[in-house]
Design a protein around this ligand. Structure first.
Ligand SMILES: [Zn+2]
Ligand SMILES: [Zn+2]
Length: 405
């Protein structure tokens, strides 16, 4: 098992494989675009294990032509099946692709969903969460799950085209260590939480990272970042890390990734440097509070039945739910509970077609015995199947006391 040191130099991990302990292990990979699909392929190739490893691949998106040049897996899928694959779920294509090559004991489970719509019964048993998404909000939502269940989280990203390199961050998933949201600037954090959690108007849409051009430098950066993530995955699964969360920049140590003649060096000959820093916890980050007990399973009965008979205790929804929403342009009303962030992502009003103008009128982040929403079952409230909820004594929301009235 290779050890990770700060400032690793002169090492290529092209030929390394990573042995794992022999037990059943489940990990979740959130986002299977260029980076996430490469991580899955590398996991498939490199994990050496007698254990059964389940990889839950979570991504809501379908495959588009722009996804193909950046991903070895999607290029290969496109080469063998042609244009018919466009419009199919990435997770389905990828799991079928990985099944065709002989895997020893790694099983890939497709889950076409946003991370916030995956039931917590399926996530709470994970040994590790790995984010490879281009959405800051998905990372923040995953960080919340990581902190809630004390599951370590690894996060990977690749720099834009013309700027070779990548980054890998490791978060311990402890209350006392930095989470992804700790490292986000206060301003950006407030905007993200506002987008997903505040019923007030005027929130800006959580930003996505810049699209990557399919240059050699980008493809090599994706591959290097993916293999570094797989190395970190093996490290976490073998010996659950203690101490500090960290972030590492990966840089090619020479300029052959951007040569003047336009040709890149072969990937195996490129030496990558790693500059690693420790991350400290932000004391203004809201996701480090202690929770009360967890309700293990929520039956499909009115939520009132699941509330413990203790005064002032509420079921805490992981993400705020809009019960009633109204179009700011034509006044069209939707009376269907839905997660606030997914309401904000609704492209247009079904009545007048206005873009991104649905505003929540009634939005909740917890359910107490006397609340009207206590009449609803988990599914009627728009919660995913196989979900879990926390119970909580105070009225305060996880999302920074932003519960709308
Ligand atoms: Zn934090
Ligand atoms: Zn409208």
């Amino acid at each position: 098992m290779p050890k990770i040191n700060a400032n690793i130099t002169g090492r290529s991990i092209e030929s390394d494989c990573f042995p794992l302990p022999s037990a059943k292990i489940r990990i979740a990979v959130i986002g299977v675009g260029a980076l996430g699909s490469t991580v899955c392929v590398e996991l498939h190739k490199r994990l050496q294990t007698k254990a059964r490893v389940e990889v839950l691949m979570i991504d809501p998106d379908e495959l588009h032509p722009k996804n193909v040049p950046l991903s070895v897996a999607y290029s290969s899928i496109y080469d063998s099946s042609g244009e018919d694959v466009f419009g199919d779920a990435k997770v389905d294509l990828l799991s079928a692709h990985l099944k065709t090559s002989s895997s020893r004991s790694v099983t890939f489970i497709p889950c076409q969903s946003e991370i916030a719509d995956v039931g917590w019964q399926d996530l709470s048993g994970c040994g590790l969460l790995v984010t490879c998404t281009d959405s800051a909000l998905s990372r923040a939502e995953t960080a919340f799950i990581s902190q809630s269940f004390n599951i370590p989280m690894l996060d990977g990203g690749v720099l834009g085209s013309g700027n070779p390199g990548g980054r890998v961050s490791s978060f311990m998933g402890h209350a006392s260590s930095a989470c992804y949201l700790c490292g986000v600037s206060e301003d950006h954090r407030a905007r993200m939480l506002g987008y997903a959690a505040s019923a007030s108007l005027g929130c800006t849409v959580a930003e996505r990272t810049i699209a990557m051009d399919p240059s050699d430098a980008t493809v090599l950066s994706i591959h290097r970042t993916a293999t570094r993530l797989v190395e970190a995955i093996a490290e976490v699964l073998n010996e659950r890390p203690r101490g500090h969360s960290w972030a590492a920049r990966l840089n090619p140590s020479d300029d052959r990734l951007n040569p003047s003649d336009g040709r890149s060096a072969p990937s195996s000959s490129i030496v990558w440097q790693e500059d690693r820093i420790e991350l400290s916890r932000s004391h203004t980050c809201p996701w480090h509070e202690r929770r009360m007990n967890l309700v293990s399973v929520l039956p499909e009965r009115p939520l009132r039945d699941s509330l413990p008979a203790v005064e002032d205790v509420k079921l805490q929804l992981p993400w705020p739910v809009s019960l009633i929403a109204r179009c700011a342009v034509c006044g069209y009303v939707i009376r269907r509970p839905q997660r606030l962030a997914s309401l904000r992502r609704m492209r247009s009003c079904v009545s007048c077609g206005a873009e991104s103008r649905m505003d929540p009128v009634d939005c909740i982040s917890s359910v107490g015995e006397s609340d009207p929403a206590a009449e609803l079952t988990p599914r009627q409230l728009g919660l995913p199947p196989r979900h879990l909820l926390f119970v909580r004594r105070s009225m305060k929301s996880y999302w920074g006391d932003r519960e709308a009235s």
